[in-house]
Design a protein around this ligand. Structure first.
Ligand SMILES: C[S@@+](CC[C@H](N)C(=O)[O-])C[C@H]1O[C@@H](n2cnc3c(N)ncnc32)[C@H](O)[C@@H]1O
Length: 239
């Protein structure tokens, strides 16, 4: 039964991102009121990559967080992985027209079964990916497996503000405005009805911290951005 739910969610999420791949970047900027770039910059700054270190960006999509990482860490090799070929095609098209993104390698694959050996990366990032995973616990076990001891894991995710009035306003904007504008621009109303649902049903930042700790990640720091509309988790793998 549980297996079926996971398979359903995997197929559904892949179909959603295939449907919106062409307009994903535009819609993301509009719907976060342009904050997405600043949030990704902040997340990239938390990776603390030294020259020559290797980073992995999971659920890389159109590669925006991977680009921030690449620009911040000139010359450091970065691997981006995603299971939606439509999103990776958009990333590839952007990278060929920008010489500064040469160090990013794109891989088609599943976060729940990462095709990399243990202890490979100095840092792993996840940008707006967690909500979409069919199994967050397994995702963090896989991420913790491929990051080196003392390596960093940084996740940026959309969340619900914690204070009541802001939370109500946020709920209204998500349920009425986001699904409507997103649906109109992307041509897929269903895909953007999924966004508010996925934020509503997502575990609290404190619960995400526990899941990270259970997977072997430590020193988990929670940073709320823009009144809690987004949250960054920063963690380190134990020795
Ligand atoms: C909201 S987009 C985020 C894209 C990008 N990281 C960003 O910062 O905008 C979520 C991405 O997660 C990918 N995804 C969801 N589940 C996945 C999985 N199990 N394995 C690989 N990619 C996955 C989707 O295909 C989609 O491209």
């Amino acid at each position: 039964m549980f297996g079926d739910i996971k398979e359903d969610k995997t197929a559904y999420v892949r179909a959603v991102f295939t449907a919106i791949a062409d307009r994903y970047d535009l819609i993301n900027s509009l719907l976060t009121l342009g904050r997405d770039g600043a949030w990704r910059r902040f997340a990239a700054s938390k990776c603390r990559i030294s020259p020559g270190e290797l980073a992995l960006d999971v659920a890389t999509g159109t590669g925006e967080l991977a680009r921030h990482l690449s620009r911040r860490n000139h010359g450091s090799p970065i691997v981006g992985i995603d299971f939606c070929s439509g999103m990776l095609l958009k990333a590839r098209a952007k990278f060929v027209s920008s010489s500064s993104d040469n160090a990013i390698e794109l891989v088609l694959g599943d976060v729940l079964q990462l095709p990399f050996p243990d202890n490979t990366f100095d840092c792993v990032t996840i940008g707006f990916g967690l909500r979409n995973f069919a199994d967050i616990d397994t995702a963090f076990y896989e991420i913790a497996r491929v990051v080196k001891p003392r390596g960093r894991v940084v996740s940026l995710e959309l969340t619900r503000p914690s204070s009541s009035p802001v939370r109500e306003l946020h709920k209204f904007v998500l349920s009425r405005i986001v699904s409507c504008i997103g649906g109109l621009i992307s041509g897929s109303k269903e895909a953007y009805a999924y966004l508010p649902d996925s934020i509503r049903g997502f575990p609290s930042p404190e619960r995400v911290k526990e899941i990270m700790e259970n997977a072997g990640l430590h020193e988990v720091e929670i940073r709320r951005l823009t009144l809690g509309a987004a949250t960054v988790h920063v963690a380190t793998k134990g020795d």
